[in-house]
Design a protein around this ligand. Structure first.
Ligand code: DX5
Ligand code: ZN
Length: 225
């Protein structure tokens, strides 16, 4: 049986109160904290860097004191220097876009050498080809179901077929690899995304856009069954 994980994206949180927002969404049942890093170069938007990650790290735990993983999604180019800074800032997983790195294999090894889990991210129009040469090295595959850069966009349906493909590749590899989906995930489509093979769900506007974070996360878990 699959253990589903819900990873709220703090891109849609109140940036003036980020620490409290991280705490509230963890109290509401978040499994991971999704941290969207944008550089106004690889994507047309600018967010936050390793210093903010480090500042939030002490807030990323349950009231019982259990650490909640920080899932860093790098939408930056180049990758390696900032990935190293995020590893030092307390990131638990670091994912990057293969087209943003000149040497994908090297970037993966550099992340793992810091003791951090590594993931590859695929944009809506990108094939999964690079996985043929990297799947044995990674811990996570992140399928984008919107074009990266902004929260609040609509789910692109062709992502479902790509999730199915990625699930087959994971199964064939026999490895324990998380299959995460990012963009336009809501209570009313999360089940379809899980049926396609995803086990980890990023949701920004669906959660932070409502006053009752727990209400939304509970409804998502109910839909997942
Ligand atoms: C988009 C980011 C997403 C985004 C998702 O570039 O990678 O994580 O915050 O937001 P929603 O859930 O609102 O589509
Ligand atoms: Zn993201």
């Amino acid at each position: 049986t699959t253990t589903f994980r819900i990873a709220p994206s703090i891109l849609s949180a109140d940036f003036a109160r980020l620490g409290e927002e991280v705490k509230s969404v963890i109290d509401a049942g978040a499994d991971w904290i999704h941290f969207d890093v944008m550089d106004n170069h690889y994507v047309p938007n600018l967010t936050f860097g390793p210093m903010i990650c480090q500042a939030l790290k002490p807030h990323a735990k349950t009231t019982a004191g259990v650490a909640v993983p920080i899932d860093v999604h790098l939408m930056i180019s180049p990758v390696d220097a900032l990935a190293a800074s995020f590893a030092e800032a307390g990131a638990d997983l670091i994912s990057f876009h293969p087209d943003a790195s000149a040497h994908v294999h090297r970037s993966i090894q550099a992340i793992k050498s810091k003791g951090v889990k590594a993931g590859l991210v695929f944009n809506p129009a990108e094939p999964l080809d690079v996985l043929e040469w990297t799947i044995d090295e990674i811990d996570l595959i992140l399928i984008m179901s919107v074009n990266p850069g902004f929260g609040g966009q609509s789910f692109i349906d062709s992502a479902l077929r790509k999730i199915e493909q990625a699930r087959k590749l994971i199964e064939a590899s026999g490895k324990d690899i998380r299959l995460e989906v990012d963009g336009g995930i809501k209570v009313d489509n999360i089940r379809r995304v899980a049926d396609a093979g995803a086990d980890t769900f990023v949701a920004g506007s669906a959660i932070f856009g409502k006053p009752d974070y727990k209400g939304v996360i509970d409804q998502m878990r109910l839909a997942l069954g």
